[in-house]
Design a protein around this ligand. Structure first.
Ligand code: F6P
Length: 383
């Protein structure tokens, strides 16, 4: 949401607890019968909600209130406070009864987190299971009369919703319906060097140079080595020759997306940056001054590209197997910024060299990045 331009912030009650009271709480703190624990937790939940509301008042657009809210009374209180302040509420409830998913999730996210730092793994696991039992004892499922809500069941196996209307709530629903918690790799690559890259021309629809073809071979070898011969990899390219020629040696079919075509340089297409500076100095200077918003006459800006790439992002998010995207400089920058959660305005300046695979691995603690340069290239970063 933040990347699409909505001012979005997460208010996580667990972080308030750790910041204000320390990370030492064991399961008894969360027991419903523990009055002082319950009061402390309610105060923390209110503090996070107060901050969310303050932030919405000064221009925040989507506040994500990350709290357990396991009882109807608690949810009613949250809803009425927010609605009185004119803030629209959509609850997102994540329900999971699958012991395998629960166990994997506790191991991947809780045992490595600050609450159990330095604690024996089996003791930590038992403690967190006890905490879950405390929540379950008072839990009242989201249900009748509690619109609007989206229920994500068993980490996305099933979605239920009620009263979710409008563009933004619909977008959130769509995103939740397509996301999952499986770990996998996303590989981003530009096409191999093209005939235009050699001449420093932008856009067009050229084929690969000799060195570009060597990259295509190296890429096929690398991906096979990385995932093994039997693993299926989802391959996305643009509709342009240079990305399709780069995918040619791969053992999997590629899906070509127009949404992955390079930024449309309009009247500047097929020129060099030097030619643009000489023939259209005002355009050249305007792009230098604000590369993110600048739109080539008859073409696109980076901002436009962000809008059109979004369906592919959802498609990448949806995949459970590894994904290899072979696209173009501006497109890879945009995808990279999305997955690394970088400000959209930084896109035009991100270094994305030719002949280098950027591997992003989704881990519990966040995204891990590794860059694999496969064959040499000449510099073509542009001004
Ligand atoms: O130079 C290669 C290229 O992919 C061009 O086709 C494209 O216009 C350009 O990079 C995008 O990079 P920048 O936004 O830095 O000009």
């Amino acid at each position: 949401l933040g990347w699409l331009g909505y001012r979005t912030r997460v208010f996580n009650v667990g972080s308030y607890r750790r910041e204000r009271l320390g990370a030492h709480h064991r399961e008894d703190f969360f027991a419903p019968a523990n009055d002082s624990g319950r009061r402390a937790r309610e105060e923390l939940a209110d503090a996070a909600l107060d901050d969310l509301m303050d932030w919405m008042r000064v221009g925040g657009e989507v506040g994500i209130y990350d709290a357990t809210n396991t009882t109807r009374a608690r949810r009613l209180r949250v809803r009425s406070r927010l609605e009185q302040a004119g803030i629209r509420v959509v609850f997102i409830e994540s329900v999971c009864d699958d012991p395998t998913i629960i166990d994997a999730n506790i191991r991947a996210t809780k045992l490595v987190g600050p609450d159990y730092a330095g604690m024996d793994a089996s003791a930590a696991l038992a403690d967190f299971h006890a905490r879950v039992r405390h929540y379950a004892a008072v839990y009242e499922p989201m249900g009748v009369g509690e619109t609007s809500y989206i229920k994500v069941i068993d980490a996305g196996r099933r979605i239920e919703m009620d009263g979710v209307r409008g563009y933004l709530p619909g977008k959130i629903l769509f995103f939740l319906a397509n996301s999952h918690a499986d770990r996998r790799s996303i590989l981003l690559s530009r096409h191999g060097e093209s005939a235009f890259n050699l001449e420093e021309r932008i856009g067009g629809n050229p084929g690969l140079s000799g060195q570009g073809k060597r990259y295509a071979d190296a890429l096929a070898q690398f991906v096979r080595w990385r995932f093994g011969p039997t693993r299926d990899v989802e391959v996305f390219t643009s509709t342009l020759r240079r990305t399709q020629e780069t995918a040619v040696g791969l053992p999997w079919p590629a899906t070509a997306w127009r949404a992955l075509d390079e930024i449309d340089a309009g009247i500047c297409d097929s020129r060099t940056y030097a030619e643009i500076a000489a023939a259209l100095p005002d355009e050249y200077d305007a792009r230098q001054a604000d590369k993110f918003h600048y739109r080539y006459p008859g073409g696109e800006s980076y901002r436009d590209v962000i809008g059109r790439v979004e369906p592919v992002i959802l498609e990448i998010e949806r995949q459970r197997r590894p994904v290899l995207v072979i696209a173009h400089q501006a497109i890879v920058r945009v995808l990279y910024a999305y997955f690394r959660e970088l400000p959209a305005e930084d896109c035009p300046y991100l270094p994305v060299p030719l002949h280098t695979v950027i591997e992003l691995r989704q881990m519990a603690a966040g995204l891990e990045e590794e860059r694999h340069p496969l064959v040499g290239d000449h510099a073509d970063d542009g001004p």
